[in-house]
Every structure is written in C-alpha cells, then in structure tokens.
Design a protein around this ligand. Structure first.
Ligand code: TYD
Length: 134
C-alpha cells in the first residue's frame, strides 16, 4: 500500500497542492474523475483493473478504501486533501464510509475502457494467479 503525502504550498492565504505527472504522480494522467454526494452506507468499486493505475485523493471530507491484491487485504482512511493512495493494476478495491461532504478525486493512467475492468472476484483471483505464474 503506497500512500503519497503531497506538498501543500501554504501561506497566510491558505493551502494549494499541485500535482504533475511523472513527478508527483508516477504515470501520465489521461483521465480525472470524482465522486461526490455519495449516499450513506454506499459501497463503490467492487472491481479491479487489468492495466489501469490510479491515485485516489479525498480532496474534501473523508472515506475509507479497502485494497485486496488477491493475497492480503488492507484498509486505509483518506481524510486529508494532501494525501493520495496509489492503486496499481490487479488490485480489487472498495470505497465506503464516505462522509456526506466527501469528494473523492481519481487520477487515472488510461482513458475509460470497460474492457479493462474485472468485475467478478473469482475472475480477479484467476487474473492474479495467471500474472504470478508467468
Ligand atoms: P462505476 O464504474 O460504477 O463507478 P465505481 O465502480 O468506481 O463506483 O461508474 C459509474 C458510471 O460512470 C458508469 O455508468 C460508468 C461511468 N464512468 C464513465 O463514463 N467514465 C469514467 O471514467 C468512470 C470511472 C465511470
């Protein structure tokens, strides 16, 4: 689990975080999306990606992320606008416990591609096993 602590540029006016591809973010940023108005008790995600890498930043409010690489599971809380969670490919993820004011920003290494999704957990385990047996 890789958590990034970004550098806030603070002064008496407030805070600013700047993120550049290949510098603060370890890939070319091809897509940005964000989730907000997430209902209470909602769990999002429930999928993995074959190739996509992402950085998740809860830029307002808080939420929790569960990451599962097929061998072990870890839970992490995102509650600061200057911290980012790296989510590699071949990683099952679930996002939950969104505060009502949460805005979860995602920086993605690829454009949206439905064929890159693994939506069935057993297919995900098969995918991980195939990667490891190479
Ligand atoms: P979905 O994959 O269900 O979100 P998550 O699994 O992260 O909770 O996406 C919700 C909808 O948004 C779905 O109809 C697909 C669409 N979508 C896009 O059009 N582009 C995107 O980049 C993403 C992430 C989703």
């Amino acid at each position: 689990m890789i958590k990034y602590m970004f550098q806030p540029h603070g002064d008496n006016r407030g805070q600013l975080v700047a993120l550049e591809e290949y510098k603060d973010i370890p890939f070319e940023i091809k897509r940005v999306y964000y989730m907000y108005d997430t209902g209470e008790g909602v769990v999002r995600g429930h999928h993995a990606h074959k190739t996509l890498q992402q950085i998740l930043i809860c830029i307002h409010g808080s939420c929790k992320i569960k990451l599962d690489n097929g061998r072990e599971q870890k839970e992490v809380a995102l509650e600061k606008p200057y911290e980012g969670l790296y989510v590699s490919n071949a990683m099952w993820r679930e996002m939950y416990d969104f505060s009502s004011d949460a805005v979860l920003l995602v920086l993605a290494s690829e454009l949206y591609d439905e064929n890159d999704y693994i939506r069935d957990y057993n297919d995900f385990i098969d995918f991980v096993n195939t990667l490891e047996s190479r």
